[in-house]
Design a protein around this ligand. Sequence first.
Ligand code: FRU
Length: 507
Amino acid sequence: MLRFALRLFGLLPFFLIQPVVAQTDTAYNQPFRNQVHFSPRQNWANDPNGLVFYDGEYHLFFQYNPLGIQWGHMTWGHAVSNDLMHWKELAPAITEDTVMAFSGSVVVDERNTSGFGSEGKVPMVAVYTGHRKGNQSQFLAYSIDNGRTWIKYAGNPIIDRQQPDFRDPNVFWHEPSGRWVMSVMLPQEQKALFYQSSDLKNWSEVGSFSVRNKALGIWECPALMPVPVEDDSTGRTKKWVMLVSVGDGAVAGGSGMQYFVGDFDGKKFVPQDTVTRFLDYGKDYYAAIQINNLDRPVTIGWMNNWQYANDIPTSPFRGSMTLPRQLSLRKTATGYVLHQTLADEIKAIQGNETQISVIKGIDHTKEANEFVNDADAYELMIRGSMGNFGVRLKTGPNEETVIGYDSTRQEIYVDRTKSGKLTNNPKFAARTTAPFVVSSSSNPTAPRPQLTLHIVVDRASVEVFVEGQEPVTLTNQIFPASTKPQLEFFGKSLRSIEIRQLESGWK
Ligand code: FRU
């Protein structure tokens, strides 16, 4: 679209076109500005908040500092999209006053149970944590103009336990009990509390869920949702999934996410087991929650890690979201495991694609590089059989990010130790890995099993999805010297390469 506009404007005198082009370009075109992931135009952002679909529009609220590029003055930033890929930032929604507005969720109160609706207008209700020194309690705000303006509820706070750490309410409508349900964290106790309400204002505590694990940090940002089980003949079986963000000790070091699968009756969550299962094996996946009021579970997370979040070298903004992911559950010998794929909405920005069958002795890199250099961002599908294979994204002299499958160690890895800026920080300079077993058949004539590394490469991040009996994802930021990587594929077992161009969501 923009390319077309530029071509058209090329015929006009320069002074006429400059303001238009300059505005679009400088706003979202910095070297580390991801092109297919949301980030605020300027200033600091962390957790996604209040993800909700209403009236044909997706809302992304987020932890935002309107006054600076470091964490502080927490306010709910706001962006909207019609397709989950093209975002438009609006004015901040919930501002700081005597309390900061910490993380929370938004529900659409169709039946006007809260009484906040008027003149037939459906209220959107935000439930968030009001934070001040020594106290965190739960607050409400509502909007009757599709989220454009927000009114804080006069009866705030709605739940106050007189505790310094009590946060991140995740609210949804629970049909079987005909009630609103909230899960909310007692972080230091590694515990989620459950509350119920019929009007969003008055809440009673009905249960809790806790799995103590000294190796992991505090619990933040619960997200509880029903998720469909794959290959179920009725197509209707669902189990409940509880996402938990852990402040430290996650699989790649620092903050990350774990999940539990189980049953939930509106009051009690009974997990299938208390095994530690991580949601993502990279360093940058945190605070993901579901999009409310949607008919399927889709999540968005914050693509960062508290170990170095305040130091990432981006400007004039700091903090980017992940791409939306669709969730389902897969039954394995060891229980249900989560299967995350890129949400189908990615189609909205997919462009041309090319397929390359790898032929021994032929160098495919030139062809591949020309194709990716033409794109704003791109997806790579690299297929190989059981040996080692992968891709190097070369972004400067002695600078590269390596993504591959290591058959000896039976793992998928993303090595960003030489990926560019911030690699002088030992917490950042990581080789992240995910266990991945490719089981071979005992029948010697059976075709050798293959696996595909599905990678989304943006200016400052790589997200890797790998399908298998136990699918894995790895999400990592990178800060390379060049926005145009030169790809170098490697490995004898490499079979084919598919590349799909992605168009910038800012256009
Ligand atoms: C998670 C978190 C939340 C809190 C918010 C504050 O990243 O620490 O627990 O509500 O960030 O910005």
